[in-house]
Design a protein around this ligand. Structure first.
Ligand SMILES: Nc1ncnc2c1ncn2[C@@H]1O[C@H](COP(=O)(O)OP(=O)(O)OP(=O)(O)O)[C@@H](O)[C@H]1O
Length: 632
């Protein structure tokens, strides 16, 4: 590689990330940083002082032997020996302190970074950035290392400071060599040490890249292991007899990951290691030979000889791998770079969102007249296929509108736009005539209460699972009970070991799990709780898919009654379930194809009437809308 690009690449991969680590230091607090840096200076000086003291001991031995015990020379020897012992002990005592302060620094810095990663992840009003694989990869890489106790950015910061101790030592030994042997010899030893170091760190840097190249197999291997051993797939693993198949796939993915890593490891470490070792050993041997020559010619004292030999050996040893710093800094730097990349991608994705940055407050009573989709088109990020195609739709205020359509028609996508998790590619949504993009996203979301198809089953108490519908409102137990009763789940909750305080997960002591249908009722109670706290729009996206057709129809009937006066949207692909809604809208291939009341649509004898009849016939034949058998 030519010199300039090589320098640029080295600057990007070695200097910029180190600067990133250094910028983390202030979050550890100035006292800790200063204290640890000073301690590292002392820890660097102690081995140098020890070598000095032991060399003086060697030089004092002949005179002490001549003088015998009790002589002044003997006294000098003992004093220097004691000093050397004290220096040795001081290092033994201070090294654990360095580790302890490093751990404290790591905790503070990593805590700060965890908060930062969370803030960045939750910053966007849209979920679009979180659906981009490269953004998710950057987040995964950053958080993996931040959570890794041993090679996190915090550990890297402590590791970078620990280099002070190493380089103070190197400077000390070089100075000794310069004074007692010669400055060219000192320079040669420093060069040999740095060549060793370059080989070490360069190898580690390249090796850490190898893991990036096999990230696909690593992800698959981790996924297969977690699915095979986790509780979510435990039933299917056994019923479908998947254990053998999963084991084979896991072994295959793991081998495809580790195979190239092992091969590249040999390539990266072996040849350069031999070359750098040969250079280092050649230089240090030359310096040692020159010291030995000077000694045999009588040009240097015994102390100087001992100093020279010890300094060369100790300095060259500093070219090796540093366990307190090297791996930590390498992976910590990667995490910091990945976090910066994640931040950058999120910022870019946000900048692409139309309407981001404006934030009119939502009027308390909105919508007074209607919510409208006006010529809305939408394609998911990274795709050019229009899921919604110039869709016009009016949701009248205070009425229930059912949206029906076959699988994949675009119903859930409508909800994502209504809740501003995505922004339209073209067209706009309006609330009483105001562009939704001009309204503050957070306050709009407090206005809308949604039960998603894939609502979250929080491993929290039953009460918390309902109250997450409106965490901004003060908790009212009476309201919790009321909404649970309306959602027909109060009896189920009362029968749990600790009633509303029971954790809804078997993973906790005293916890309990619910059936799919019971969970859906909890989610519906959650949305009713949000209505009680002031939400004006209610969206239920297939809230009853775990119920049978009859129970679903009953639910919708009751729900339409319970939410009279609320602007509500009920989504289903079961045409027979939503007949009581004030209005029914049929969408197909991203467009509204029919709308009206149930009676109007049946009379029109179009799409709705056809599918309604088809599903009714299936139901009569003992099949549900999806063709599954139902209890009659
Ligand atoms: N995150 C996504 N990225 C890319 N395409 C998506 C994404 N989510 C949905 N789609 C696509 O958009 C289309 C509409 O999906 P949507 O979930 O809105 O349908 P739906 O009417 O709610 O279907 P269902 O009744 O099965 O829930 C589908 O073709 C789907 O593959």
């Amino acid at each position: 590689m030519p010199a300039v690009p090589m320098l640029r690449s080295w600057y990007r991969s070695a200097v910029v990330p180190r600067a990133g680590i250094l910028r983390l230091l202030p979050s550890a607090g100035p006292a800790l940083v200063l204290g640890l840096a000073l301690l590292d200076v002392v820890l660097g000086l102690l081995p140098v002082a020890f070598v000095l003291a032991t060399s003086v001991v060697v030089g004092q031995v002949p005179a002490a032997v001549d003088g015998g015990t009790g002589s002044a020379a003997w006294g000098d020897l003992v004093r220097t020996f004691v000093l050397a012992a004290v220096l040795f002990l001081a290092r033994q005592v201070l090294a654990p302190l360095q580790t302890a302060l490093g751990v404290r620094m790591q905790r503070r810095i990593d805590g700060d970074l965890r908060d930062r990663a969370l803030r960045i992840a939750l910053r966007s009003t849209s979920i679009a950035p979180m659906e981009d694989q490269a953004t998710l990869d950057a987040l995964a890489e950053a958080t993996r290392e931040i959570e890794a106790d041993f090679r996190s950015p915090g550990a890297a910061a402590a590791g970078l400071l620990a280099l002070i101790a190493r380089y103070v030592q190197l400077a000390g030994f070089a100075t000794i060599l310069g004074v007692v042997v010669s400055w060219p010899a000192a320079a040669a030893v420093v060069v040999a040490t740095m060549v060793f170091r370059y080989g070490q760190r360069g190898g580690l840097r390249r090796y850490s890249q190898v893991w990036k190249d096999v990230v696909g197999f690593r992800r698959r291997s981790t996924y297969l292991r977690e699915v095979a051993m986790g509780p979510d797939a435990a039933k299917e693993m056994r019923v479908f007899g998947l254990a053998g198949w999963f084991t084979d796939e896991y072994t295959d993915a793991t081998e495809r990951m580790l195979g190239p890593v092992a091969a590249r490891r040999r390539q990266i470490y072996l040849v350069p290691y031999l070359v750098y070792t040969a250079i280092g050993l050649g230089i240090s041997a030359a310096v040692l030979v020159s010291i030995a020559r000077s000694a045999s010619a009588g040009d240097i004292t015994l102390t100087a000889l001992a100093l020279g030999i010890q300094s060369v050996v100790a300095a060259i040893a500093l070219g090796e791998y540093y366990p307190e710093s090297d791996v930590q800094t390498q992976y910590g730097m990667q995490a910091v770079t990945a976090l910066a990349e994640f931040d950058h991608r999120m910022a870019e994705a946000e900048a692409r969102l139309p309407g981001a940055g404006t934030g009119l407050p939502v009027p308390a009573g909105a919508p007074e007249s209607s919510l409208r989709f006006e010529g809305v088109s939408f394609a998911y990020p990274g795709s050019s296929r229009l899921v919604l195609d110039r869709l016009d739709l009016e949701l009248p205020a205070g009425l229930s509108t059912a949206i029906v359509g076959v699988n994949g028609a675009g119903k859930t996508t409508l909800v994502k736009l209504l809740t501003r998790l995505h922004e339209p590619t073209a067209g706009r949504l309006t609330v009483d005539g105001t562009d939704l993009a001009d309204l503050d996203a957070a306050s709009w979301r407090r206005h809308v209460s949604v039960v998603f198809q894939d609502f979250v089953r929080y491993e929290l108490s039953a009460a918390d699972n309902i109250a997450v519908g409106a965490v901004h409102a003060p908790r009212q137990d009476a309201v919790l009970r009321r909404v649970a009763e309306r959602a027909a789940v109060a009896d189920v909750v009362d029968a749990l070991p600790a009633g509303f305080d029971t954790t809804l997960s078997r993973a906790y002591e005293g916890g309990a799990d619910l059936s799919g249908g019971q969970w859906q009722r909890i989610a519906i109670a959650r949305s009713l709780y949000a209505l009680e706290a002031g939400a004006r729009v209610l969206v239920l996206d297939e809230p009853t898919s775990a119920l049978d057709v009859r129970a679903e129809a009953e639910f919708f009937d009751r729900f339409v009654e319970l939410t009279r006066g609320v602007t509500s949207v009920l989504i289903s692909h079961r045409f027979s379930s939503v007949r009581r809604a004030d209005r029914i809208v049929v969408i197909d291939a991203g467009r509204v194809v029919e709308q009206g009341t149930h009676d109007e649509l049946v009379a029109a004898d179009g799409h709705y009437a056809r599918l309604f009849r088809l599903q009714a016939e299936r139901f009569a034949a003992g099949l549900d809308a999806d063709g599954n058998e139902v209890d009659s």
